[in-house]
Design a protein around this ligand. Structure first.
Ligand code: BES
Ligand code: ZN
Length: 618
């Protein structure tokens, strides 16, 4: 069967905002931990783009729709819920009222399913405090449709309001501004929110749990379960400095509040840029602030992604490539240019590793993949991030460096803010911006075709300043030389080696080793004796160390790797570790057994992608 594009503007959404578009959502929902559902209704303000159109097409997934009404007249409206496509959910068609009203309001009464792919319901035992249940959402890329019937395409943007009823002893937060204090209603409380800035559906977010907050800056609080709050507040103390550096790069921050929420370990990403409230994994808490680049990344999305948005996930590099580029501008502003370059070198190593494992001719390694019939969860990789940032840095160099490119970046954001765009909008604006300058001729010579459509590594990289990477590469060389000589004693390596390196340099040293052939078990044992890496808490270091052990087929590492990959559900870590275990025959059954035990504790997207990696899901 050949797949088809679901709609002209977005291969992954049934909706047609080019015909009739939703402009505002008003959610009224009750949170039931017993039923594991959100139920109630949403009032959609719609606008006919085509005057002739008489149906509103929405995306849905596993939703039970009981009634659709014209909000003003309460007249019930005919609707059809199509049969299910496992990847994209169900198309919901609503017949609009026959009135001459071009801007009707439609209320849809519905309930989510306990297996909603956007939601993770945790029992009290699965939380730190062990006393209260917990709920969180993750809508990107196309899971919002399993939380609310909506036009689940980033080509459309809406404002929203919400009234959420939840157990009285729990806190509710959303990707929005809180409105007043929660109001008591029997044994529940009603919480109100509003998001006055236009957002794509994937930025809708909710969390319900035993949460406390601490102020960490003039516009920022950090939220977490009480037991983690002190550590979280310490770890993310640089937030305001990162925000002001970001404003310096991108322009004013329009979202008012910038709060952080630390989730339970099953949160499947490092961070998620939900407006007003970035969601983060607890694996960022290393105790020494060494992993806060992820916060700079999510802050950068406040402009690239949240203001200027990819119009569908084939143009995802416009979100993530730009965001990595801005993230590193922030790092450069705060810590100096060499750190910006060092981060880019790390990204290049990561990209090489990813392309090696995906295959250099894999179509999903191109910057603009064709997502017809493809679930964005299946196409997700570091390619749009790192190839995208390599492309932007290449363009920056081409037009004359940061002096020329920084003002362009600000102008690009100001020009496209509050809108959704495609790659060509960026290219045209770039050419237009530089048209009467010396850069114009250079831009004519760019090989756009290769950059956008060729699979594999990018055609070129600019020369990054490698002053901070030199010691990482040298130490990597030392170990691989020693390994290649058959590990003769005494070793030239000593515990002092790592003392001279920062956590991100240790991470890069291990990443470099991972790019080479496997080490021997003897070398792994020596490395453990010399550096004691088994007891390192920094998740990025631990992740690479365990992979290095598995590559060496070092048996003692199997239980440690299983323990690490099942103690959290961040896909960046779980997927490669499970793949490594699977690819090593002796570890395969341990991987399959561990997967079986942990999969119900993970979020859907993690269980699904790891299941595919392990060939237990087709
Ligand atoms: N928006 C992404 C996370 C995402 C992407 C969720 C696609 C679902 C679908 C977020 O900003 C992100 O990129 N997170 C990274 C952070 C890193 C690149 C610094 C992560 O989770 O590791
Ligand atoms: Zn991102």
């Amino acid at each position: 069967m050949t797949a088809e594009r679901l709609s002209p503007g977005d291969p992954n959404s049934f909706s047609r905002p080019d015909e009739v578009k939703v402009t505002h959502m008003d959610l009224v929902l009750d949170v039931s931990f017993d039923a594991k559902t959100l139920s109630g209704h949403v009032v959609l303000s719609v606008e006919k783009v085509n005057a002739e159109a008489n149906v509103l097409i929405l995306d849905s997934r596993d939703l039970t729709v009981s009634m659709v009404q014209d909000f003003d007249t309460k007249q019930s409206l005919k609707f059809e819920l199509a049969s299910s496509s496992t990847t994209f959910g169900e198309k919901l068609e609503i017949h609009l009222p026959d009135s001459p009203n071009f801007k009707p309001k439609i209320s849809v009464h519905y309930s989510t399913s306990p297996k909603s792919t956007a939601l993770q319901w945790l029992s009290p035992e699965q939380t730190l405090g062990k006393k209260h249940p917990f709920l969180f959402s993750q809508c990107q890329a196309i899971h919002c449709r399993s939380l609310v019937p909506c036009q689940d395409t980033p080509s459309n943007k809406v404002t929203y309001e919400a009234k959420i009823t939840a157990p009285h002893d729990l806190t509710v937060l959303m990707s929005a501004i809180r409105q007043g204090e929660p109001v008591k209603n029997d044994d529940k409380k009603i919480h109100k929110f509003h998001q006055p800035v236009l957002i794509p559906s994937y930025l809708l977010a909710i969390v319900v749990g035993d949460l406390q907050s601490r102020q960490i800056g003039p516009r920022s609080h950090v939220w977490s379960e009480p037991a983690l709050l002190d550590k979280a507040a310490y770890e993310f103390a640089e937030t305001e400095a990162q925000l002001s550096a970001a404003e310096d790069v991108c322009g004013p921050y329009v979202w008012g509040v910038y709060d952080l929420l630390v989730l339970p370990p099953s949160f499947p990403f490092g961070g998620m840029e939900n407006p007003c409230l970035t969601f983060v994994t607890p694996t960022l808490i290393a105790g020494d602030r060494s992993l806060v680049d992820v916060i700079a990344h999510e802050i950068a999305h406040s402009w690239t992604g949240n203001l200027v948005t990819n119009s569908n996930f084939e143009h995802f590099w416009l979100n993530e490539g730009f965001t990595v580029f801005v993230e590193r501008k922030i790092i450069g502003r705060l810590h100096g240019e060499p750190f910006r370059h060092f981060a880019a070198i790390g990204g290049k190593t990561y990209l090489a590793d990813t392309i090696e494992s995906m295959g250099a001719s894999n179509p999903l390694t191109s910057l603009m993949p064709d997502l017809t019939g493809i679930d964005p969860d299946d196409s997700f990789s570091t390619v749009p991030y790192e190839k995208g940032q390599a492309f932007l840095w290449y363009l920056e160099d081409l037009v004359g460096g940061p002096g020329e490119f920084d003002p362009f970046l600000k102008s690009y954001i100001a020009n496209f803010q509050y809108r959704s765009i495609e790659t060509d909008d960026f290219v045209q604006y770039l050419k237009h911006y530089f048209k009467n300058t010396a850069a114009a001729e250079k831009l004519e010579k760019v090989d756009w075709q290769t950059w956008f459509h060729a699979p594999g590594m990018p055609p070129t990289f600019v020369k990054y300043d490698d002053s901070l990477a030199v010691p990482c590469k040298a130490l990597c060389q030392q170990w691989s030389d020693w390994n290649n000589k058959g590990c003769p004693e005494p070793t030239p390596m000593s515990p002092e080696d790592l003392k001279a390196l920062s956590p991100s340099q240790i991470q890069e040293f291990l990443a470099q080793l991972l790019l080479g052939p496997p080490l021997s078990c003897q070398a792994i044992e020596k490395m453990q004796q010399t550096y004691g890496l088994n007891s390192v808490q920094n998740a990025e270091i631990k992740f690479r160390w365990l992979r290095l052990c598995l590559r060496a087929q070092y048996k003692e590492a199997i239980p440690l790797a299983v323990q690490f990959a099942t103690s959290q559900g961040r896909m960046k870590y779980c997927r490669p570790i499970f793949r490594d275990l699977y690819n090593w025959e002796e570890a395969r059954s341990a991987a399959l057994e561990a997967y079986d035990k942990v999969k119900d504790q993970w979020m859907y997207v993690c269980a699904y992608t790891v299941g595919k990696d392990l060939h237990v899901i087709q």
